[in-house]
Design a protein around this ligand. Structure first.
Ligand code: GLN
Ligand code: ZN
Length: 774
């Protein structure tokens, strides 16, 4: 069977950004949602985008007809694509199916975005990245059936243009491992139990792709690297062995590449895939080592993921070559060069960045540059190292230049970091701090506050854009922002909140704002990366040693404080979140970089204190997100991440109240770490989980102030006074009274003013009621 198959190409990428070089897909999709273009026009735009992508990839050196070009387009999310293809669509959207049960674009988008009372699919982070996928819902009675021919149509569309592409589809094990039990599923139901029911649909899908002209199909199975999913690595490996025995055992199928990036395959999964009747396995050799030899590799291709799909560095090409050579030692039939993951996590093309320093540009590789690197390595695999020697040494020279460049190593920053001692991470006894803060602040019981941002209105965005274009002078823009701050302060005083914020109107983004004001960071013009659906972010590039040339937030905060007698919170983003939402240098441990950011924040906190600011919040919403997938790496991560937060905040006087904010309620593995941050007050998400997190807190070693969010800011719904009161009663019933704070779930930036004001009014009213009942 294998003899007549076309060989796997010598080089490939596991996926490519699909948003378009100028975010064309975002524009088209949002225009369609707004009703200004119809479905046919949207499909047409998407087809043009796919065509441009194929042409571009061929131009960069991937073969037109050898399956080296992945077909990895998605209108919204790759997990949702696979889910609807096998028929997964929650019952509440069933009416949107076609007469034959098919799931068309309308149903696809509606399930992604929700409609009226029918909640959207839940969204959660894809492994340890900042990309969010839609969580499929699976129950014991869910019917699986091939419900979309989209993947096959794309193969045919490419064929018509003379391309033989390789469809990229989330595989059955990962699809179910990432799914959640449908609402009507009995307690203890595990979506993975439905594996044997979903595999036949993949069999049918593979046959359809074969018929459409696909020689190879890539099934993504990153679940097989994770130790952080509900299913154990053993269970996942067993599931993979079963699924691929069936899928590979069929004759009417394309050749199969099973790809597992984001970390090293578990040893069990590696053994299972090596033995499975599939033709190729792609492994991550950036985050994983070359695995041990395994039974069954002799007839297979191994795709070595040596080009990092998640960072923006040109990196060590010679080192990548060496890893491919080492991979050859395993005795597989063929070794090919590849990326460690899809390139969906990096921007399109560094050549677009005309405003970046040329020297910095010479160290960078975005998606297109990474494709070229893969092509170079593939040439080496065919023609020998000599053929690519000059490219390898050019990359090595760039790397050496980067290592020796001023700014990458800043003596003063280094000296500060090496001089640190244990005392720099310690604020001293919490109880003594609490006494000092009570005396300083004189707050009522159940103090009320918000998380920082107030609605970013169209007016604010327009003023920022006009300032960016030079249509609004620096003075005019500043005056505009001061008015905005004054408005927000007055509003909070009218509402009767106890600890106020300035509203963050001056910030485009909570990370980019700090990146723009710190040395060691660069900001791109077109470096957009999909975050979820039609949303993209533009991560900054942390390339050098980090320092703070001047105070960042002090003027705004001092101005805001001057308008009120209530305490004004200084508002900073923490070191872990700044790293998590940027592209970070790869030439030193993350912990070392985090400490540099922490030291800059520490100086900012000292400056805020010096002007009389008494409450300072340091947000760490990404603390959970960066937690490594491998258990063995988690402890070290928690040590440096918690350490960097403590380094940032430990210089604050005992009477200064340090707050932090985290955006999730799955406290599980990080609860001790959150306690170890040693903040005086921690605000967290709780409204969506109806305050369940209060049980976790009550049962933990957590001793300081806690603000379980009582208002879900992810929804425009205004919570009723009674509803907020019930959450507060629960908190007060389970936690010592003086520890409980009252606040929304998260920042208010994405909300409108009407709902914000109504919700905060209810929040204050509920607090007063509960206080009176005490
Ligand atoms: N202070 C930030 C805000 O209010 C926090 C945002 C976040 O947690 N993601 O917008
Ligand atoms: Zn938040």
């Amino acid at each position: 069977m294998t003899d007549s198959r076309t060989p796997f190409p010598q080089g490939t990428i596991l996926g490519y950004p699909r948003i378009g070089r100028r975010r064309e897909l975002k524009r088209a999709v949002e225009a369609h949602w707004a009703g200004s273009i119809d479905e046919a026009t949207l499909e047409d735009t998407a087809a043009r985008l796919r065509r441009a992508t194929r042409e571009r990839l061929a131009e960069l050196g991937l073969g037109r007809d050898d399956s080296s070009i992945p077909e990895s387009f998605s209108f919204y999310d790759q997990v949702h694509d696979a889910a609807v293809t096998v028929g997964l669509l929650p019952e509440r959207f069933a009416a949107l199916r076609g007469a034959d049960g098919s799931v068309g674009l309308d149903a696809y988008f509606t399930a992604a975005r929700g409609a009226g009372d029918d909640a959207a699919l839940e969204m959660t982070k894809w492994f340890d990245t900042n990309y969010h996928y839609l969580v499929p819902e699976v129950g014991p009675k869910t019917a699986f059936a091939l419900s979309s021919d989209r993947f096959a149509r794309q193969v045919a569309e490419a064929k018509a243009d003379g391309f033989t592409t390789r469809p990229v589809i989330v595989g059955p094990v990962t699809l179910l491992a990432l799914a959640k039990a449908a609402d009507d599923a009995p307690e203890g139901f595990d979506p993975l139990d439905r594996l044997d029911d979903v595999v036949p649909v993949y069999v049918e899908l593979l046959a359809a792709l074969r018929a459409a002209g696909a020689d190879w199909v890539q099934l993504d199975e990153p679940a097989l690297v994770s130790e952080s999913l509900a299913a154990s690595p053993e269970t996942l490996a067993d599931a993979a062995a079963r699924a691929y025995a069936t899928l590979g055992g069929r004759a009417d199928r394309p050749s199969l590449l099973v790809a597992a990036g984001y970390a090293q395959l578990s040893p069990q999964a590696w053994t299972a895939l090596a033995a499975a009747p599939i033709e190729a396995i792609a492994i991550d050799l950036g985050r994983g080592a070359v695995p041990a030899p395994a039974e069954g590799l002799a007839g297979k291709t191994l795709v070595g993921g040596v080009i990092d799909g998640r960072n923006v560095w040109r990196g060590d090409l010679a080192g990548a070559w060496d890893r491919l050579v080492a991979l050859r030692g395993l005795g597989a039939a063929q070794v090919s060069a590849g990326t460690s993951t899809s390139l969906q996590h990096v921007p399109h093309d560094v050549d677009e960045e005309t405003a970046l320093d040329a020297r910095l540009v010479s160290w960078l590789a975005f998606a297109d540059q990474k494709v070229a690197q893969v092509v170079t390595l593939a040439t080496g695999l065919v023609e020998g190292r000599e053929a690519i020697e000059s490219a390898l040494s050019a990359a090595s020279l760039a790397l050496a230049d980067r290592r020796s460049a001023p700014g990458v190593h800043d003596g003063a920053v280094r000296a500060k970091a090496t001089g640190l001692g244990a005392g720099d991470f310690e604020r001293g006894d919490y109880d003594a701090r609490a006494v000092a803060q009570d005396a300083e602040l004189g707050l009522p019981v159940l103090p009320t506050t918000t998380i920082g941002s107030f609605p970013q209105t169209g007016d604010i965005r327009r003023a920022r854009a006009r300032h960016g274009r030079g249509e609004l002078s620096a003075d005019e823009y500043e005056a505009f922002l001061r008015d905005e701050i004054a408005r927000v302060v007055t509003l909070q005083e009218d509402l009767g909140l106890d600890v106020l914020v300035h509203g963050e109107a001056e910030r485009n983004d909570m990370v980019q704002y700090f990146a723009e004001h710190l040395d060691g960071f660069a900001v791109t013009q077109h470096g957009w990366v999909q975050s979820y659906g039609s949303r993209a972010t533009r991560p900054s590039i942390l390339w050098g040693d980090v320092s703070r040339p001047a105070p960042i937030t002090v003027d705004w905060t001092v101005f805001a404080q001057s308008l009120t007698d209530k305490p004004m919170k200084g508002m900073l983003t923490g070191p872990v979140t700044i790293l998590a939402w940027s592209f970070v240098r790869d030439d030193q441990p993350l912990g070392a970089t985090a400490n540099q950011v922490a030291l800059a924040l520490r100086d900012e906190i000292a400056d805020l204190e010096a002007t009389g600011i008494r409450v300072i919040q340091v947000d760490e919403p990404a603390l959970r997100e960066l937690l490594p997938l491998k258990k063995a790496d988690q402890q070290a991560y928690l040590e440096w991440s918690v350490g960097s937060f403590r380094l940032a905040t430990a210089g604050a006087a005992p009477a200064t109240q340090v707050h932090t904010h985290l955006c999730y309620s799955e406290f599980d593995v990080v609860i001790d770490a959150i306690a170890a941050l040693d903040a005086d007050v921690t605000s967290i998400e709780a409204a969506r989980s109806r305050g369940e997190v209060i049980d976790d807190i009550a049962g933990s070693a957590f001793v300081a102030g806690i603000g379980p969010g009582v208002y879900d800011i992810h929804s425009p719904r205004v919570p009723a006074v009674a509803e907020i009161g019930a959450l507060l009663d629960r908190a007060v019933g389970q936690l010592p009274l003086r520890r409980v704070w009252v606040n929304p779930d998260c920042g208010l930036k994405t909300r409108g003013y009407d709902e914000t004001v109504a919700s905060l009014r209810n929040l204050v009213a509920a607090t007063i009621e509960v206080r009176e009942r005490l």
